[in-house]
Design a protein around this ligand. Structure first.
Ligand code: GCO
Length: 467
């Protein structure tokens, strides 16, 4: 079975776009004063306190407790214990001169059954966190959905039940009523194509469903729910800045053959354009219309096509595909030409980030963009002197930030960069075996050890320069 790992491990590409000009990359890059620096996290990956203060179960609780589902049987029951240690974690960001932080709200912490009864203690947690962030002069970016659907809603069909558009809009309204006076920036979803592909298409993530029709239904209903929530918040809270977070990856054919080119067009439509096009252009790509039309309700596209104030872009690598008549979409992963790989097996391809930002400038109205995730897992080691010398991660971040700088120099509307992630955390099906943090977490003691990359990023945030 393809997992997220094998899938991305075979991604990668030769550069098929014009090289970034030397002038854009050569000078010691300095970033605009208003540029935001920070980190992203997600509730299930860091909070822990899974059964505390009235939180209901999510599909990731169910999945992680299923024998064999997650590496080493790891679960998010305790995670980074951020639910109790958030003050120290906010302080780590303050000391790093971070000006922004994207976190997600756990839907089942706020609404244990997904709809109906609100859990006051759940909302109170985010209330404290937001106040703590503001006191530390860190701008909160709140994401409403980072994959932890209430299990009670999964039991009612989850992302396969059209009612979810209303459930999600109601939940968005409840959170905004409580936090909208202090949180200005609201992202609806995180990476709907990952939820659709690994949760509902290939399997490997909660709720572990499979099939092409299942994939498209989950994708379409996430788009619909996102549109419903955007419309709800736009009408009730016109003062908020609304957006969403997509994982966009330039797709390249493995060879020049027409079949591989066709596979790349298909995969780009499935992975990238079926999310961004309906939202920003009001239509699905032609090549997937046969899949979408049978599930498209009257008026759906009007609901999905909403103005947004910003787009969050998560970027890790390009993707290479080739034609394969046996693949779910007639595609298979092609061979990467990259020379470096992270501990996830993902190719290191900083230029792909430039290409993606440039694509948004040229084809999507140069909408304001935050890089809401970028980072890498490496085999971090704590030295005898209690340090983590993650020079590979520093190089990764520096090379990608150079590309962000190049994109800005060429007119891309990039407003900030949030590293994935602040802390080592629960990396979904890989559990705690992959470390993405700029801060090391010693799980048995929950001790935090800022890595070399943390100190490096802090210096960049402080000086706005890439040393
Ligand atoms: C994603 C999620 C994060 C991951 C990160 C590393 O992109 O899958 O947004 O939750 O942990 O991307 O895989």
């Amino acid at each position: 079975m393809l997992t997220r790992r094998t899938f991305l491990a075979s991604a990668g590409a030769t550069a098929l776009v014009p090289a970034v000009t030397d002038t854009a990359t050569a000078a010691a890059p300095s970033f605009p004063e208003a540029f935001l620096w920070g980190a992203s996290t997600a509730a299930y990956q860091i909070e822990g306190a899974a059964r505390e203060d009235g939180r209901g179960p999510s599909i990731w609780d169910t999945f992680s407790h299923t024998p064999g589902a997650v590496t080493n049987g790891d679960t998010g029951d305790v995670a980074c214990d951020h639910y109790h240690r958030w003050r120290g974690d906010v302080d780590l960001m303050r000391r790093a001169c971070f000006s922004a932080y994207r976190f997600s709200v756990s839907w089942p912490r706020v609404l244990p059954e997904g709809t109906g009864r609100v859990n006051p203690k759940g909302l109170a947690f985010y209330d404290r966190l937001v106040d703590g962030l503001l006191a530390a002069k860190i701008r909160p970016f709140l994401c409403l959905y980072h994959w932890d659907l209430p299990q009670a809603l999964q039991d009612r069909g989850g992302w396969h039940n059209r009612d979810i558009a209303g459930w999600f809009a109601d939940y968005a309204g409840i959170v905004a009523d409580r936090l909208g006076d202090r949180v200005a920036d609201w992202a609806m979803l995180n990476e709907p194509s990952v939820v659709a592909l690994f949760g509902h298409g290939l399997g490997g993530h909660a709720p572990n469903l499979k099939g092409r029709a299942s994939f498209f239904l989950a994708l379409h209903l996430q788009n619909l729910a996102q549109g419903a929530a955007l419309a709800r918040l736009r009408s009730t809270r016109p003062d908020l800045r609304l957006g969403t977070v997509l994982n966009l990856q330039p797709v390249r054919p493995e060879s020049d053959s027409p079949a591989d080119h066709q596979a790349a067009v298909m995969w780009d439509a499935v992975w990238n354009r079926s999310c961004i096009d309906p939202l920003l252009k009001g239509s699905y790509p032609d090549i997937v219309k046969g899949d979408i039309e049978p599930i498209l309700g009257h008026g759906d596209l009007g609901i999905i096509h909403q103005p947004i104030d910003f787009l969050g872009v998560n970027y890790y690598s390009r993707m290479v595909v080739r034609a394969d008549p046996h693949g779910m979409f007639g595609t298979a992963w092609g061979k990467s030409s990259a020379t470096h790989y992270t501990a996830m097996g993902w190719p290191v391809e900083p230029r792909g980030l430039y290409e993606q930002l440039d694509e948004i400038r040229r084809h999507y109205g140069n909408i304001p963009v935050y890089v809401t995730e970028n980072g890498a897992a490496y085999q971090d080691v704590v030295t005898a002197s209690d340090r983590v010398e993650d020079a590979d991660r520093v190089a990764f971040l520096r090379d990608h930030l150079k590309m962000v700088h190049a994109a800005i120099s060429e007119g891309c509307n990039v407003k900030g960069y949030l590293v994935w992630s602040l802390l080592d955390n629960f990396e979904w099906a890989f559990g705690y075996s992959k470390r993405f943090g700029v801060v090391y977490v010693d799980y048995p003691t929950q001790r935090r050890i800022p890595k070399q990359s943390y100190h490096w990023l802090a210096e960049v945030a402080r000086t706005r320069r890439l040393a």
